[in-house]
Design a protein around this ligand. Structure first.
Ligand code: UD1
Length: 416
């Protein structure tokens, strides 16, 4: 089944249990390579990106097994192997194996990473950091080749707080000789979770949650288990969706509300009322979005991953909106698809303008990346009649079962 059919949603009511975080679990899966033994990851989402990361680990003779959202990873007999481009191009996070492979084997050959087509996505910040740790690393044709006679901690200043580069460099520094000072580091929740996981393995990291990390390398890392946090982008998708449709919904599994405060603040401006009760968010809204000025940014600003859903809910607001994207230069494929529904979205120089009380009418839409794909499903819920979203394999890379979740709050959605 490669399509999702959705009918206009008049009202949302019910509970959704939010799946475990994709962007947290992928670096933690890579980090298991830093020790020999069995690690168990609880609340692991059953998504395509996790299966591809398992396949990459299996190329390194790591055993993986997933059952009921629990993932076992056994690195006891891990063996060095080059990682082929056929697999690495399926996933941006394949790049996160660079650091752990260098730490374990002092060498790496990895096909260039792939991932969503939302901009150039270079890896120069990763490579410049590795060079500071006595690693000879370069891109040759479609591969990254790296080696080091001994990993040495260093002082690294990131030119931009790249999430992936911060993760890669932390995972290398925890096993390098001596101290590393990482300045200008990303501070996303995924980094905090990774640091805490590494600390549970025996790593020595100070400054967790700040932009300066002090890491003392150790050879004593041991395997450790991890209970994954909720996916703040999936939860954010449903929060934003509630702004445009009269809603009374409950999102469960929200173990740390701080990680999603940035989205709650934006949805409050859109007329959504959120109450926290234990590990749940109780969400109510009249479904009447007001336009305004918004921008994405590095954490704790509004996440770029939710830009397509934000544009979607603002597309049919009574007043106009201006939305600025500051992280990726080409994250606007949603605009063309929304206009097929009758929206009036324009994009110019990283800024989207939309809104003005338009009537959206269902049609066939094409997913071209993960977050845009989820936004198209939301667009279908706001459009008269029926909408068909094609190429849903993009959505399945990150959403465990978006149709199941939406059916739980009364949406007429199905796979076809
Ligand atoms: C991660 C998230 C992704 C999110 C993004 C920004 C995962 C698996 N993915 O992606 O969902 O949208 O953070 O919050 O966690 N850049 C460079 N050179 C580099 C690295 C990055 O120029 O070496 C640029 C990128 O092109 C982009 C910006 O920095 O414009 C942010 O990228 P980065 O933070 O690295 O994103 P990812 O780690 O790929």
């Amino acid at each position: 089944m490669t399509k999702i059919r959705i009918r206009k949603a008049e009202r949302l009511k019910g509970n959704i249990a939010i799946q475990g975080s994709k962007n947290t679990v992928l670096p933690i899966m890579a980090a298991t390579l830093l020790s020999s033994g069995v690690s168990v990851i609880y609340n692991c989402p059953a998504i395509e990106d996790v299966s591809v990361m398992c396949q990459l680990l299996e190329c390194l003779n790591v055993k993986t097994q997933m059952q009921d959202n629990t993932l076992w990873i056994d690195t006891t007999r891990a063996e060095y192997a080059p990682l082929p481009a056929e697999l690495t191009t399926k996933l941006r996070s394949s790049v996160l194996l660079l650091g752990p492979m260098l730490a374990r084997w002092q060498r790496v050959e990895l096909g260039l990473p792939g991932g969503c087509a939302i901009g150039l996505r270079p890896i120069d910040i990763h490579l410049q950091g590795f060079l500071k740790m006595n690693i000879d690393i370069r891109v040759v044709e479609d591969k990254v080749l790296g080696k080091s006679y001994y990993l040495q901690g260093g002082v690294i200043q990131l030119r931009f707080p790249s999430v992936g580069a911060t993760e890669n460099l932390i995972m290398t520094a925890v096993a390098a000789k001596g101290r590393t000072i990482l300045r200008g580091a990303a501070k996303e929740p995924e980094i905090i979770e990774l640091c805490n996981y590494l600390i549970s393995m025996g790593a020595l990291i100070e400054g967790v949650g700040t932009d300066t990390l002090l890491i003392k390398g150790t050879k004593e890392l041991t395997s450790s288990d991890y209970c994954n946090v909720y996916d703040r982008i999936v939860a954010g998708t449903y929060l934003l969706m509630a702004s445009a449709i009269p809603s009374e919904i409950r999102l469960t599994g929200i173990d740390d509300i701080h990680y999603i405060k940035n989205v709650i603040n934006v949805t409050a401006r859109l007329g959504v009322n959120v109450i926290r009760r234990d590990n749940a968010l109780l969400i109510s809204s009249m479904g009447q979005v007001q336009g305004g000025e918004f921008r994405t940014g590095i954490y704790p600003e509004f996440p770029t991953d939710l830009l397509p859903v934000l544009i979607t809910v603002l597309a049919q607001a009574k007043t106009y909106s201006r939305i600025e994207e500051t992280i990726f230069e080409n994250r606007f494929s949603i605009v063309r698809e929304l206009n097929k529904l009758g929206a009036t979205c324009e994009v110019d120089d990283g800024i989207v303008r939309t809104g003005g009380e338009v009537e959206l009418k269902g049609t066939t839409l094409c997913a071209t990346d993960l977050r845009q794909g989820a936004a198209l499903v939301v667009a279908g819920m706001l459009s008269d009649g029926t909408t068909l979203v094609t190429n849903i394999e993009y959505i399945q890379r990150g959403y465990e079962d978006i149709v199941r979740d939406l059916q739980r709050i009364g949406v007429q959605a199905e796979y076809v």
